[in-house]
Write a protein that binds this ligand. Structure first.
Ligand code: HEM
Ligand SMILES: [Ca+2]
Ligand SMILES: [Ca+2]
Length: 355
């Protein structure tokens, strides 16, 4: 395995070697990195359990935004092929799990970063803080070694486990992005009113199967949503003037009390999983069968014949859900990750090195 280059065996054929992440990537440079991150996440989970869901969502929004470069020359060997590093940077922007989401808006706001985009506006500040705290601790023990992209992946994993979910190993070796641009987010994130067709296509474009879509949506077994994301289901579903017929009537009544048709408080949130909102279990799927999905996209997974049996399968079997979720996270966590010289190792996660 040759990072970003060509293996000897394939040299003549010029077949690029696929970049791979590994569990023990920091074995020599920061052997206790998992424990360092875990010490921060465990403390935060005790003080503020809601920050777990926020961090998992942050990881999802980091990984899903990718722009397929026209020229796929993104690996380290490109620097030999292209004349200047600037060219490599231009070609290799905005790729998946690269901590691009963590870059803070600049004061004066000339550059509009991913965090400025509407879909990212309600990502909770605690999630950013946790990554920053974990990074500071890791920097104090192993300066300049571990990327923010890897720390975010580890923190998300910790919170899944702390909330009662599967305990899976996180492969590491991602690099941090050198850019974060608001304009590249559009079309990369699902919306609360996306159709199943759109969801399947979006996930497929990231190399994720329909099975992964259903398993990863199970993250909504914890966490909360603001009213504006589902209020139209409660009063005027798809312009009918009626509520969504696929909501359980008791849930509808309760949600209407929290979320009035208009004039409500913008900060009010409702749990995705009314039964066990803080527990990472397979209740999410049972809720969908009982017409208790919160977003139209959640409920649609049960209504659509392509995803219904997957929902039923995971709803019956917690172990199967845990296995499918862990596998989905590993795939999602390796969407177009950067390796070698195409990225950086930031010192502070909200700032590029050059900034
Ligand atoms: C399949 C399409 C998906 C859609 C349409 C979707 C949409 C949303 C929306 C609208 C919110 C509420 C935001 C707010 O009002 O604050 C939310 C929250 C959340 N999402 Fe998703 N999501 C999807 C998939 C995922 C995936 C794949 C993950 C992770 C693997 C995930 C993890 C979360 C978590 C944990 C929360 C709760 C955040 C909190 O409580 O702070 N979602 N999602
Ligand atoms: Ca990213
Ligand atoms: Ca739950």
């Amino acid at each position: 395995f040759v990072e970003g280059g060509y293996s000897n065996a394939t040299k003549r054929k010029r077949v690029p070697v696929r970049h791979q992440l590994s569990l023990d990537f920091y074995a020599n440079t920061c052997p206790h990195v998992d424990q360092l991150v875990a010490s921060v996440t465990a403390r935060r989970f005790r003080d503020s359990p809601a920050s777990g869901a926020a961090t998992i969502r942050l990881f999802f929004h980091d990984c899903f935004v990718e722009v397929k470069p026209k020229n796929l020359c993104c690996a380290a060997h490109c620097s030999r092929i292209l004349s200047s590093l600037a060219k490599v940077r231009r070609v290799c922007w905005m790729q998946g799990c690269d901590a691009s989401i963590l870059i803070a808006p600049t004061t004066g706001g000339k550059v509009v970063v991913e965090r400025d985009v509407e879909d990212n506006k309600n990502l909770a500040p605690e999630a950013f803080e946790i990554v920053e705290m974990a990074k500071a601790l890791v920097e104090s023990k192993c300066p300049g070694m571990v990327t923010c992209a890897d720390i975010l992946a580890m923190a998300a994993r910790d919170f899944v486990r702390l909330a009662g979910g599967p305990n899976y190993g996180v492969k590491k070796g991602r690099k941090d992005s050198r850019v974060s641009m608001a304009g590249k987010v559009r079309g990369n994130l699902p919306r609360a009113n996306s159709t199943v067709d759109e969801l399947i296509r979006l996930f497929a474009a990231k190399g994720l199967r329909t099975e992964d879509l259903v398993a990863l949506s199970g993250a909504h077994t914890i966490g909360f949503s603001h009213c504006d994301q589902f209020v139209s289901r409660l009063y005027d579903f798809r312009g009918t003037g009626e509520p969504d017929p696929s909501i359980d009537l008791r849930l509808l009544k309760a949600l209407r009390m929290s979320c009035p048709r208009s004039g409500g408080n913008n900060d009010v949130v409702a749990p995705f999983d009314v039964q066990t909102p803080f527990s990472f279990d397979h209740m999410y799927y049972g809720n969908l069968e009982a017409k208790m999905g919160l977003l139209a996209t959640d409920q649609a997974l049960f209504l659509d014949p392509r995803t219904r049996s997957l929902v039923q399968g995971l709803g019956r079997d917690k172990v199967r859900f845990f296995d499918a979720f862990a596998a989905g996270m590993e795939k999602m966590g390796s969407i177009r990750v950067k390796k070698g010289k195409t990225g950086e190792i930031r010192k502070v996660c909200s700032k590029h090195l050059a900034a």
